[in-house]
Design a protein around this ligand. Structure first.
Ligand code: G4P
Length: 197
């Protein structure tokens, strides 16, 4: 998605060889026009898959998840990372280990909102080691619903999550795939296979 890549080139800050900061449009301040286009793109990619619900994880998955759900005209559910006052009973839970943060979080979704016949599109902002995506998959697999696809805004293709998910048979669509963050440069994997800055 060219607009997203331009935004990453213009506003992304390479903090290290593994971390890209995109606080100006995705992780802190959010660009609603960009999120609208992100949602449209996901809706276009999965339009023939009979998606019934979008599933994402708080907090940064909510904006792209909501816009994808809006354009697919289905509800969006976000997995919670913190205990909620109102979300207590009949929970589906999974453990998500972050290698980046070196911590394990229990994520939860109410059983009320995912069930038999649901075709779930998982959406998240970043794909690194895939732990969040596998946690969301575990939650869906604990129900009689199906994971129909996974949509990622920014995939760090030099980390193993994308490969692991695809090797497990899931369809993963990433709107920007980063090949490398070396030398403070963002190098994308182009659809043609050629790398540009
Ligand atoms: P994984 O789920 O693919 O295994 O990723 P990992 O544990 O490494 O990521 C932990 C958190 O850091 C996630 O957000 C993830 O989106 C984010 N993250 C990973 N790599 C990058 C990166 O290069 N840049 C940015 N900006 N974020 C990255 P989170 O803790 O759940 O935060 P939030 O959703 O509440 O914002």
């Amino acid at each position: 998605m060219e607009l997203l890549k331009q935004k990453i080139r213009n506003e992304g800050m390479v903090l290290s060889e593994t971390v890209l900061k995109v606080d100006s449009f995705l992780n802190h301040q959010i660009d609603p026009n960009l999120m609208n286009e992100v949602g449209q793109e996901f809706a276009h990619l999965f339009k023939n898959d009979g998606i019934t619900k979008v599933l994402t994880i708080e907090s940064s998955g909510i904006a792209p998840g909501l816009m994808a759900a809006f354009h697919l005209n289905v509800p969006v559910i976000f997995a919670r990372k913190r205990k909620s006052l109102t979300l207590m009973n009949d929970l589906l839970t999974a453990s998500v280990h972050s290698f980046t943060k070196q911590e394990t979080t229990e994520i939860s979704v109410s059983k009320q909102y995912i069930g038999k016949g649901d075709r779930i599109l998982i959406i998240d902002d970043f794909l690194a080691n895939g732990q969040a995506a596998f946690g969301l998959i575990d939650i869906v697999l604990a129900t009689q619903a199906e994971v129909t696809g996974i949509g990622i805004v920014i995939e760090k293709a030099f980390q193993s999550g994308g490969q692991q998910l695809r090797d497990s048979g899931y369809r993963v669509e990433s709107l920007a795939r980063i090949k490398s963050l070396k030398n403070k440069q963002v190098q994308f994997i182009e659809e043609t296979g050629a790398a540009v800055k």
